[in-house]
Design a protein around this ligand. Structure first.
Ligand SMILES: [Zn+2]
Ligand SMILES: [Zn+2]
Length: 154
């Protein structure tokens, strides 16, 4: 349920963002857009170019630019939904994160695999999913919204 409008979450139509300060989900249409994406929510020039080149090349699994992916996951908002808006040709499989949110995979990358400074699990690409990797690299930085509770850019 969204704290602003008290409506339930409908993953087909609704897109929501999670505020990590307030621990609450909000519909994007229940928040104000932040017109200028804060610089902390943008990829560095170098990583933005690497990400763009990878997407242009056709998103080959073997060539994922890891530094760019790391930064893109770090700035990725926790979001879910809008399945009806997903272009089938871009994402042939509707991945589970579309329904439950990007938080779980973001958490695995940032706070498990990267924090422990162990090697990435050999199936990390499978665990994240090609669609998730592509979404993360292709769509960073996404439009941010102002959390109605605390004002964070989410
Ligand atoms: Zn709402
Ligand atoms: Zn908040």
């Amino acid at each position: 349920m969204c704290r602003e409008c008290a409506e339930n979450y409908g993953p087909d139509e609704h897109e929501q963002r999670f505020c990590q300060e307030c621990h609450v989900w909000y519909h994007i249409h229940c928040m104000d857009k932040i017109l200028k994406t804060p610089s902390s929510c943008r990829l560095s020039q170098e990583n933005a170019e690497l990400a763009e080149a990878w997407v242009k090349q056709g998103c080959l699994s073997s060539d994922v630019p890891l530094d760019a992916l790391h930064e893109a996951i770090r700035i990725l908002p926790i979001l879910r939904g809008n399945i009806a808006g997903v272009i089938e040709s871009d994402y042939p499989l509707i991945d589970r994160w579309r329904i439950t949110g990007t938080g779980e995979r973001r958490e695995a990358w940032l706070n498990v695999w990267m924090r422990e400074e162990v090697a990435l699990p050999c199936d990390w690409m499978k665990q994240l999913g090609h669609g998730f990797i592509r979404f993360t690299l292709a769509y960073s930085p996404l439009t941010r919204y102002s959390c109605p509770g605390c004002g964070s850019a989410i």
